[in-house]
Ligand binder design. Structure first.
Ligand code: AMP
Length: 207
């Protein structure tokens, strides 16, 4: 099965994608995570996108489309994949459509105030990339999964989050209509506990 996770930053795309891939046994492809890994490793791509990401802007379409294209032709993607954070613009969606037949687009619907509280309270592991929230872990500075150091992503500051929300409204929200027209959209209320959101997604894609 080929799925897309759509939604504003902080809507829970990453959290849900991780659970869904365990269920579907397909790879989880997060463009944000690919960029962050490149930034951690100081690769030419990481250096190129560092400032763009820190400021909450979108990486140019040609770069992002190329990266996703290269990842999706790997053998583990033959039986399907869950895309998290891609596409984020109309040109990206059109490029993806020309290469792959997507089954469902899961649109995680959540109010902006919740998105702001979630993202600005987020702590990310420097080593494994797992995300936590201060509402759950308090002042903890060590990753419960691998022991790595937790940090605040440069794009999780209030200023960057507001910019990301603006980018979402301008570039990404039009995709809701785009996929609704194709009959692929599954709307999910994401202002709920992660387990409930997950159950709603699984029920919808089983149909
Ligand atoms: P995420 O982890 O999905 O929130 O992505 C973090 C950041 O990476 C975004 O705010 C963008 O700057 C960049 N990014 C991730 N995916 C894309 C994409 N599909 N198109 C452009 N930029 C992206």
């Amino acid at each position: 099965m080929k799925l897309i996770m759509l939604g504003a930053p902080g809507s829970g795309k990453g959290t849900q994608a991780k659970k869904i891939v365990e269920y579907l046994k397909v790879p989880h492809i997060s463009t944000g995570e690919i960029f962050r890994k490149n930034m951690r490793e100081n690769t030419p791509l990481g250096i190129k996108v560092k400032d763009i990401i820190s400021e909450g802007r979108l990486v140019p379409d040609d770069i992002t489309i190329q990266i996703v294209h290269e990842r999706l032709i790997e053998p583990d993607c033959k039986k399907g994949f869950v895309l998290d954070g891609f596409p984020r613009s109309l040109p990206q969606a059109v490029a993806l459509d020309s290469l792959h037949k997507i089954d469902y687009v899961i649109n995680l619907d959540v109010e902006n105030e919740i998105v702001i509280a979630r993202t600005t309270g987020r702590r990310t592991c420097k080593t494994c990339g797992t995300m936590f929230n201060i509402h759950e872990i308090g002042g903890e500075i060590v990753c419960a999964k691998c022991g790595g150091e937790l940090y605040i992503r440069t794009d999780d500051t209030l200023e960057a989050v507001l910019e990301r929300l603006e980018m979402y409204e301008e570039k990404t929200r039009p995709l809701v209509q785009y996929y609704a027209k194709q009959g692929k959209l599954v709307n999910i209320n994401a202002d709920n506990e992660p387990d409930k959101v997950y159950k709603a997604i699984i029920e919808a894609i089983k149909k």
